[in-house]
Design a protein around this ligand. Sequence first.
Ligand SMILES: [Zn+2]
Length: 272
Amino acid sequence: MSNWLAILAVFVGVPIVAWAAPAPSQPARVQLNHVRRFVLDPGHGGDNLGALGTGGIREKALTLAASLRIAHWLRQNCDVQVLLTRERDDAVELRQRPRLANDWKADALVSVHANAHDQGEAAGMEVFFLAADASAEASRQLVEREEGTAAGAPNAGKPWSVGGIKNDLALAAAHARSQAFAYALGDALQAGRKKVRFRGVRQAAFGVLKEAQMPALVLELGYITHPVEGPQLFDPAVQDEFARALLRALVALDKRLGQERKAEARQAAQKK
Ligand SMILES: [Zn+2]
């Protein structure tokens, strides 16, 4: 406290110390150097309801509530700019979602969903990064359900383009970054989970991942159809666990991008 403030405190007779001192309990916000903008994509919305959970809960409501909570937590705890593809119960076209992230020049994208199981027995969260071809039957069915691309659905048979990635080398590098981001998130989820089971990191040919020009993942928060896990996913404490894990994954990605850029600079210097 400066001298004149101390004199003023004595003169006025009020304890200025209370507001002049910095709050000691406030942890430092995490600063990132290369991941500057992060896009969260709450799956579904509007007339696209997503999966139907126990007690009539809808996936579109869960993905929005969880994404808003995660965005709020990240804004408080790190200096990354967090943007959402929707902030209300809006219908956003599937292809529009990665395009928004591309237009915003995002450094990372995570599309938030919840899984469903016919008998309601399955439980646990999963992380997906892009598979060149989704040969695994389970992944193919998940993509069809999430994107409404099953036979007869409006999007069936429409091919996706791998947007904006100029050559095989760039594609391989982008894919490796998404893979590293996925495993970093998987590790963080596994370490930080208290309630929701972790099922693993997998690959699937989600359209949102094909079109993204930055490291991109699909996060299945858990099974909305599970009688215990479904309602738990709406718990703010559980949603904060996802936010914490996402921050750890963003920090890992930031470190990797830093190392890549250093290596590029070294190579460029050697060529001169
Ligand atoms: Zn979904």
